[in-house]
Design a protein around this ligand. Structure first.
Ligand SMILES: Cc1ncc(COP(=O)(O)O)c(C=O)c1O
Length: 363
């Protein structure tokens, strides 16, 4: 008998958004529009592209195993020490590695009921218990998160804003979570993948509290507003005792050379981020207006995507929309039977998507 980790046998793998090429191949649809993976429709910064091209000349060399120059730039950008920055092959790798460090079969992870799916998948593979906190009106509740903790809780992960709901916890709620977890020796990871898009006045990045709390980790990504998800690069701000642990178990060259050089250039081009965020907000407002006209309930979002109730089986709606050349994401895996998630694309793409919605809804 082969020895297989039993926790993995019954695991349901993460289902990513359907790739454009797959839809073209399987359904014979030419140039479908993909609004399914919260990607950035406007590409990436020209400066980042230049750095990427220049990296080709060095690609025969191993990358810097410590991402020295990138970590230096990120630490400066965030006002923390270089040893308080860790980098990963997407923020996903960082989240996974932190879970491997802190979770085991004897303890538990606390997450919101609609937290990003990866947290659960990885935690299940590690055999720990998962305590899910009920939300209030789709929004993470700091009280329920705290009440879901017990003496065996090792880690709490909160995506703020939350994927797939687009909701957020405010500054006061976040501070309650930080105080509680710090007092109870629980690691608190705040996943800020969508930080750049937030408009709510009472939102605060956990970075503001970072210096005072040694249990706090903040993950960020170059995948969303920076438009580099194909390259796989993310980072986290954490205290040295945690970065030391991370560096013991991560792969030696976890961040490739092109990703390091490109992210460094992308970070310096904040004008690009501003323009992406502005166009994204215009797209969000367009969808709000159109969904209202179509009488579809949606959840107000602080991200580049919206969870919308299509008043029928979300999987069926997703398939019918795909036949019309628009790829969105069904949300049944998260327990949303009648919702789909759609992200903002270019103005023209948003208009086409809404027209296809209208065809399906109005007949
Ligand atoms: C909330 C959240 N966290 C983390 C990630 C992972 O991002 P990446 O690994 O591309 O940095 C995603 C990706 O969709 C996300 O939605």
């Amino acid at each position: 008998m082969y020895s297989i980790n039993q926790n993995i046998i019954n695991l349901n793998p993460y289902k990513p958004g359907k790739p454009i090429k797959e839809v073209e191949r399987e359904l014979g649809i030419k140039n479908p529009i993909k609004l399914a993976s919260n990607e950035n429709a406007w590409g990436t910064s020209e400066k980042a592209k230049k750095a990427m091209q220049e990296s080709i000349n060095e690609i025969n060399l191993y990358p810097d195993g410590n991402s020295f120059y990138l970590r230096k730039a990120i630490s400066f950008f965030n006002g923390v020490d270089e040893e308080e920055i860790i980098t990963g092959n997407g923020s996903n790798e960082i989240l996974t590695t932190l879970m491997r460090i802190f979770l085991n079969e004897k303890n538990n992870l606390v997450i919101g009921e609609y937290a990003f799916a990866i947290y659960q998948i990885v935690a299940k593979s590690l055999g720990c218990k998962i305590n899910k906190a009920k939300t209030n009106n789709y929004k993470n509740s700091y009280e329920n998160l705290i009440n879901s903790c017990d003496e065996n809780t090792a880690l709490m992960i909160v995506d703020n804003p939350n994927n797939p709901t687009g909701t957020y916890i405010n500054k006061a709620e976040l501070n309650k979570l930080i105080e509680f977890t710090n007092k109870n020796k629980i690691i608190l990871v705040i996943d800020e993948a969508y930080l750049e898009y937030v408009r709510a006045n009472d939102y605060e990045t956990a970075l503001e509290s970072f210096k005072k709390y040694d249990n706090l980790v903040i993950t960020r990504t170059f995948s969303k507003a920076y438009g580099l998800c194909g390259l796989r690069i993310g980072y986290a701000v954490c205290h040295k005792w945690i970065s030391d642990l991370y560096n013991k178990v991560r792969d030696p060259f976890n961040v490739n050379l092109m990703a390091q050089n490109t992210a460094l250039a992308a970070l310096k081009d904040q004008e690009f981020i501003k323009s992406v965020v502005k166009k994204t907000h215009a797209g969000i407002e367009f969808f709000y207006k159109e969904f209202k006209e179509l009488n579809l309930n949606y959840i107000k979002s602080e991200t580049n995507f919206i969870l919308v109730n299509v008043k029928e089986d979300g999987n069926k709606f997703f398939k019918k929309l795909m036949q019309k050349g628009v790829i969105v994401r069904p949300m049944t895996g998260y327990g949303f039977k009648n919702h789909i998630r759609i992200n903002v694309g270019k103005e023209e793409e948003n208009k086409i998507a809404i027209n296809k919605f209208k065809e399906l809804i109005n007949g």
